[in-house]
Design a protein around this ligand. Structure first.
Ligand code: M6R
Length: 578
């Protein structure tokens, strides 16, 4: 959560950082701030709300840092917005992460006479640097001493009014350098500077250093070199194009992204399948949508004779006693930076398990920690709402499940083609359905087997983007309690496929008898359905396709309710807190 960006170069960096922060605002959009070196002093501008809605800042500067915030310590106020400074405003800092020992550092600094202007953990950084400078250290030394005092996770940029260049440090939060012509960028994520350069250097945990006209990187006190690579994405993919929002753009990319997800080296899939076959236990681990993809895929693995255990990364700890060097973990994450996933992976690694990562960001911590990496190849997903990466994750998990029984992936490729027709068909019908549901108080999503997990994902999509209350559950569970909530006109979205139709329709009839408005997501029509969302019947792959119309429905519900589909309230794209 939170995005940071720094610029050093020959051009005016203020509009560059302002624009770049807009591209980072998917990481947090509670408040924003920019610090520019203006002559001998540093000038700071901050605001509450989303930076995309603020006019360009005027100051001309060749040294600029900026921040877009997802609040953790301290409410959403201008005071808590970054950058944070020392009292004299000679040192300023932007930070992504959490300084875990900030409370004791704050007490120590207060005892030394420092006063704090915010409630953030970050503010200890400029005060500590200030303290060490006043003890006689120069800015670079004081920055390094400060790093030795802080605990937790961080990506930090720091500027000093009298020292050229910017200091940086990374531990547990992403940080990447962009190398341009006569200019350098340093950021939480590549899209923030992609229009200026595609030459990047990924920083590793423990890296710190300085960017000025040259770049110095240190790790463990020694100067090191990190090789530049080319960014995996070009700028066009990080733009909305003709679409009003990233969410609808990304939903519509799925015919292509499912195909790209299938485009894996045959040897990689074969070796991974062998690994899964020989493992004593296989856990599928993820959070949110990524977890829902895991849970959906377990049914396909079962058909291949491989039992897999889907587990929410934040709940993984309870399995500690069952992990050893014969365990395989498939960790699924779009960002590869989700703290809960990284914690689970770290724990499993300590116990000797093999980690297979299905991940979209190739340079992410997860990708760099795993023993085997299967890239999702979806391109950047910039809406906070996961859509195209959900179907990519499913396509890869299905590919692995198919590989276990030597089944080729042609049917999955067929599903990718079918998704194009599905999108065309339901881009017309979903705005209409959204109109009928726009004021619903409660929505249920139900299904059986894999379709019950699609129902969970459908409910997550609806609630996170439209703020309508939706609940996803196995259809068989309704009668054990939740059916009490059914009342006249309540929408119930029913997911059914060939295997589950008969029983699911009985459940649909039960809610219909109690006044529910039944929406069937099914390849076949049925008298139980008041509204039928037709999906193609591609043998065993309906779960992969069934979520797509509901992604559209969620998008249109959000738009009709006046919600921003790319930046839902309280959320951030990568959840790097616990
Ligand atoms: O980057 P990850 O796939 O690890 O993220 C996991 C969840 O935070 C994410 O899927 C979240 O639930 C989204 N809001 C879903 O749209």
């Amino acid at each position: 959560m939170c995005g940071i960006l720094g610029y050093i170069g020959a051009r005016n960096g203020t509009p560059i950082v302002h624009e770049g922060l807009k591209a980072l605002s998917y990481r947090g959009y509670d408040s924003w701030g920019i610090a520019v070196q203006d002559g001998a002093s540093i000038v700071i501008q901050k605001g509450v709300g989303d930076i995309t809605k603020t006019p360009v800042i005027q100051q001309h500067s060749t040294k600029v840092i900026g921040h877009t915030r997802w609040a953790t310590h301290g409410c959403v106020t201008k005071e808590n917005a970054h950058p944070h400074t020392n009292k004299e405003k000679t040192i300023c800092t932007v930070h992504n992460g959490i300084i875990e020992n900030y409370a004791e550092l704050k007490t120590e600094l207060e005892q030394k006479g420092y006063t704090f202007a915010s409630q953030t953990d970050t503010e200890v950084i400029p005060h500590l640097i200030d303290f060490y400078i006043k003890q006689g250290q120069n800015f670079e030394q004081a920055f390094t001493t400060m790093l030795g005092r802080i605990e937790g996770s961080y990506a930090i940029l720091c500027a000093h009014d009298k020292t050229p260049g910017l200091m940086f440090a990374r531990k547990g939060s992403p940080l990447v350098l962009g190398l341009g012509k006569n200019e350098h960028f340093i950021s939480s994520d590549i899209p923030s500077f992609l229009q200026h350069t595609q030459t990047i250097v990924h920083l590793e945990d423990g890296d710190y250093g300085k960017i000025s006209d040259k770049i110095e990187i240190y790790n463990n006190g020694k100067q090191i070199t990190r090789q530049p690579t080319t960014a995996p994405w070009d700028i066009e993919i990080a733009k909305k194009g003709a679409y009003p929002h990233f969410m609808i753009k990304e939903i519509n990319e799925q015919p292509l992204t499912i195909r790209k997800a299938l485009n894996q080296p045959a040897e990689l899939i074969k070796q991974t399948a062998l690994l899964l076959q020989s493992a004593s236990t296989v856990y599928l681990v993820g959070c949110g949508t990524s977890y829902n993809a895991c849970a959906t895929a377990t049914y396909q693995f079962s058909k291949s004779g491989r039992q897999t255990i889907p587990i929410l990364a934040s709940e993984f700890i309870q399995h500690t006693n069952f992990i050893d060097n014969k365990t395989a973990i498939i960790a699924v994450s779009q960002s590869g930076e989700t703290a809960d996933v990284l914690d689970a992976v770290k724990l499993a690694k300590q116990k000797g398990a093999t980690i297979i990562a299905i991940v979209n960001v190739p340079s992410s911590t997860l990708a760099r920690t795993a023993d085997v990496v299967i890239p999702m190849n979806s391109g950047p997903e910039l809406s906070v709402i996961s859509t195209k990466t959900c179907t990519s994750q499913l396509a890869i998990l299905y590919t692995l499940a198919f590989a276990l029984r030597a089944k080729n992936t042609e049917t999955i490729a067929e599903a990718a083609d079918a998704s194009l027709h599905l999108l065309r068909q339901h881009s017309q019908t979903m705005p209409e359905l959204a109109k009928k549901m726009v004021d619903a108080k409660n929505i249920f999503c139900i299904g059986r087997n894999a379709m019950s997990q699609v129902a969970r994902e459908a409910a997550l999509k609806i609630k996170e983007v439209s703020y309508l209350h939706a609940e996803g559950m196995p259809a068989g569970e309704l009668k054990h309690g939740s059916i009490a909530l059914i009342e006249e006109g309540m929408p119930v979205i029913v997911f059914a496929d060939e295997e589950t139709r008969a029983l699911t329709i009985s459940n649909a009839m039960e809610v219909k008898a109690r006044g529910a408005y039944v929406i069937g997501v099914d390849s076949k029509p049925n008298p139980a359905y008041d509204f039928h969302i037709q999906i193609p019947d591609i043998n065993g792959l309906m779960p992969l396709l069934a979520i797509i119309p509901i992604q559209l429905l969620s998008y249109y519900l959000a738009v009709q309710r006046g919600c921003d589909p790319d930046k839902p309230r309280n959320l951030a794209k990568s959840v790097t807190v616990r």
